[in-house]
Design a protein around this ligand. Structure first.
Ligand SMILES: [Zn+2]
Length: 193
């Protein structure tokens, strides 16, 4: 695709480009590899603990280790299944801040704020993007009324009309780039525009 033809209004064709499909495939392969290694660490770790610690019988250690490993694996497989779903489109209908309190051990109440973007999909469902203060990129990037597409394979969002923006978020590594970029400064992947 000639880069100068890319418009700032409309869904990007980058998502379906051979290069991006290849990137998605590679990312998924390495994420799956990590998930299996990570899941395997639990039984191995508890096996070692069971062998060398007097406080934990080996059988108990193995049961816990295998249990935790399977638990982590299940969560990851569930996540990977979500990545195969189709993209959905919607409109931002509301942005809100929600303060949460949690009791800290020293008796003081700690609080944190969740930044929530509510999106009404074309199918009539409501989706939420929930972020915290230091990662509230989408909360600042999206406005009420914006049309948004979710790319499940990358678990990131794309704005339909990027023409008024100075920045664009990389759909692969999620970092912020100047809108004039065609490739991400950090991971060098094509930006969705
Ligand atoms: Zn990037």
């Amino acid at each position: 695709m000639p880069e100068e033809e890319r418009s700032l209004v409309g869904w990007s064709r980058v998502a379906d480009s051979p290069e991006m499909l290849e990137t998605i495939k590679k990312q998924k392969r390495s994420a799956m590899g990590c998930a299996f290694v990570f899941a395997l660490l639990f039984p191995v770790g508890f096996l070692i603990a069971g062998l060398f610690s007097d406080e934990m019988p080996l059988s108990e250690a193995l049961t816990i280790g295998v249990g935790l490993g399977l638990f982590v694996l299940t969560i990851n497989l569930w996540r990977f299944a979500g990545m195969d779903k189709r993209a959905w489109d919607g409109v931002v209908v509301k942005k809100l801040e929600k303060r949460h309190y949690k009791r800290a051990e020293d008796g003081y109440n700690e609080s944190y704020i969740e930044y929530i973007v509510l999106i009404r999909t074309d199918q009539g469902k409501t989706k939420r993007i929930v972020e915290r203060k230091w990662g509230r990129d989408m909360y600042d990037y999206l406005d009420v009324g914006d049309r948004v597409r979710y790319h499940p394979a990358l678990e990131t969002y794309e704005k339909y009309d990027k023409s008024k923006d100075d920045v664009i978020y990389c759909n692969v590594c999620r970092r912020r780039n100047p809108i004039r970029n065609n490739r991400c400064d950090y991971c060098k992947n094509l930006l969705f525009k």
